[in-house]
Design a protein around this ligand. Structure first.
Ligand SMILES: Nc1ncnc2c1ncn2[C@@H]1O[C@H](COP(=O)(O)OP(=O)(O)OP(=O)(O)O)[C@@H](O)[C@H]1O
Ligand SMILES: [Mg+2]
Length: 238
């Protein structure tokens, strides 16, 4: 059961949007997903309470670093994916979540502050590698990408980041009214009326492509025999 953490210390980078899209799509495919809402503002949980997404998404709220560590050590084998939605800050929980991750997704809107928030996550990942030898896979997820941006200029951005050794998800999260509406109305994309929400089909397609890419990076493991890493010393030092 792969653990995917969505992290950027900058608020508003698109973390919770990505968490909602990925969790909803994986659950639509019939997979069991557990989401840890570790944000004291509970954006994911608030959405979840009203949206009541179909499929099996379990929510763990009020997550502390030690509670998360407990969950990670005693993973529920019935779960196919764990998704950790981090708050837009850097604290003990950030380091603990990153250290337990199989993959870290770092949403970046392209704005300067987002990039700084992303750099802080990359710094923590580099420290984890230095101190524990664990090289945790991670990718930048381009978020709120203008739908008019051409494939060509997206490739240029990806090329630039690749030159700096940063992996970039092939699927960006495009700026869509439907994604704002999910939170404004407390619904899933699948419960929206295509006649009322512009480009809902494209929003759905984008969400599905993103979930498919996540699954390619992290195929479902039916039974995990590998004991979870125990990076307690790192979590404490962060
Ligand atoms: N692709 C998108 N299209 C349209 N609106 C978006 C998109 N991504 C994010 N938003 C909007 O931007 C705002 C911030 O997004 P989101 O809550 O996902 O960011 P976050 O990184 O989780 O922020 P925080 O750190 O505060 O938790 C929300 O109002 C959301 O609806
Ligand atoms: Mg959030």
């Amino acid at each position: 059961m792969p653990v995917i953490t969505i992290a950027n210390t900058k608020g508003g980078a698109g973390k919770t949007t990505a968490a909602v899209l990925i969790a909803t799509e994986l659950a639509q495919m019939g997979l069991n997903v557990t989401v840890f809402d570790s944000d004291p503002q509970h954006w994911f949980s608030q959405w979840f309470e009203t949206a009541r997404p179909r499929g099996t998404i379990s929510l763990v709220n009020h997550v502390t670093a030690s509670a998360l560590e407990g969950h990670m050590r005693h993973m529920d084998h019935a779960q196919n994916y764990y998704i950790i939605d981090l708050a837009g800050e850097r604290n003990q929980l950030t380091a603990t979540a990153l250290a337990f991750s199989d993959h870290v997704l770092i949403p970046v809107q392209g704005a300067g502050m987002d990039a700084k928030g992303a750099a802080k996550i990359l710094d923590i990942l580099a420290r984890i590698k230095d101190e524990t030898g664990m090289d945790i896979p991670h990718s930048v997820l381009l978020s709120r990408v203008n739908p008019m941006v051409t494939t060509h200029s997206l490739l240029a951005i990806k090329g630039l980041l690749a030159q700096r050794g940063v992996e970039v998800m092939a699927t960006p999260v495009v700026e869509r009214a439907a994604y704002r509406e999910m939170f404004d109305k407390g619904v899933t994309l699948h419960d929206m009326d295509p006649a009322k929400v512009s480009n809902l089909d494209k929003a759905l397609q984008n969400a599905r492509q993103l979930a498919d890419e996540v699954m390619r990076h992290l195929p479902v493991r039916v039974i995990s025999t590998t004991p979870r890493k125990r990076p307690w010393f790192f979590g404490r030092a962060a």
